[in-house]
Design a protein around this ligand. Structure first.
Ligand SMILES: Nc1ncnc2c1ncn2[C@@H]1O[C@H](COP(=O)(O)OP(=O)(O)O)[C@@H](O)[C@H]1O
Ligand SMILES: [Mg+2]
Length: 256
């Protein structure tokens, strides 16, 4: 099992990280993340669980280099994701809640988009993108525009886009929460399989206990403002035997 501290093979490290919005002592001042320490080991699939508004997306945005911490330090593979944003091109793939596909590009063109920065030829891009669309069950839909696809299919395209870049780190912010339960469950299972088969490190944000239990090798439960309430490593055995105990522990932490 991957160790929880994972100091020896840590990919993501948040060290005493805080994020405040607004000016100190002003009405809009708000601490969204408070002195958070979190390390994610290579190959780990971390489910980051918390109620809406507890600061999950703020943490996500700091790891993705979209925003800077107010205090503390965030490193991804030893680099600062905000200040060295270019160093992460093609190394980090992101799946958001909305599929964020470009409406004027077909499914395959959307998948190809992420490959353009990798310097592949047009022909390579096309066949690579096609192979990922096929793996996600979208053969025959490659030339469809997003509006012609169902929500589940669009989210499959965005997963294909993320995996096609071959990035070792996947960051997902509630990617399946807008889908119906059955579609979400099916995509989760496929997603976990793909992450494991391809040896990725993944941070998966969710507000659903079920989803966290299905996805994570480790569940970190956050309470507002984002600080760690509990940190639970899972193995295949604990997932089967002690799921209910873990579920009630999580419920207790979220209610507290
Ligand atoms: N850009 C911002 N300016 C001011 N407040 C913000 C901003 N982004 C988020 N917040 C606040 O920070 C808190 C955490 O937000 P967020 O990280 O989006 O939570 P979550 O993703 O867990 O639902 C919320 O109270 C939100 O209103
Ligand atoms: Mg959010």
């Amino acid at each position: 099992m991957t160790s929880v501290t994972g100091m020896e093979n840590c990919v993501i490290s948040l060290d005493k990280v805080s994020k405040v919005f607004g000016k100190a002592n002003s009405a809009g001042f708000y601490t969204a993340v408070d002195n958070l320490d979190l390390k994610v080991a290579q190959g780990q699939m971390l489910a980051l669980l918390g109620k809406t508004g507890c600061g999950k997306s703020t943490i996500f945005n700091m790891i993705a280099g979209l925003t800077e911490p107010s205090e503390g330090r965030v490193t991804v593979s030893g680099h600062d994701p905000f200040r060295e944003f270019d160093a992460f091109r093609g190394k980090m793939a992101i799946v958001f809640q909305g599929d964020r596909l470009l409406p004027w590009r077909t499914a395959i063109e959307n998948v190809e988009l992420g490959l353009e920065i990798l310097g592949q030829s047009a022909k390579q891009r096309r066949s690579h993108a096609m192979s990922w669309l096929e793996r996600l069950g979208l053969r025959g839909h490659e030339h469809d525009y997003p509006h012609a696809l169902s929500g589940g299919m669009r989210q499959r395209v965005s997963i294909a886009r993320a995996f096609a870049t071959n990035a070792n780190l996947l960051l997902c912010d509630e990617p399946f929460s807008a889908l119906d339960e059955m579609t979400g469950k099916r995509l989760r299972t496929e997603f976990v399989k793909l992450v494991k088969e391809n040896g990725k490190t993944a941070v998966f944000i969710t507000h659903s206990i079920n989803e966290a239990l299905e996805i994570g090798d480790r569940i970190v439960v956050l309470k507002r403002p984002a600080t760690i309430a509990i940190d639970i490593p899972l193995t295949s055995e604990t997932r089967d035997d002690a799921k209910e105990a873990i579920r009630s522990r999580i419920q207790g932490a979220l209610a507290a």
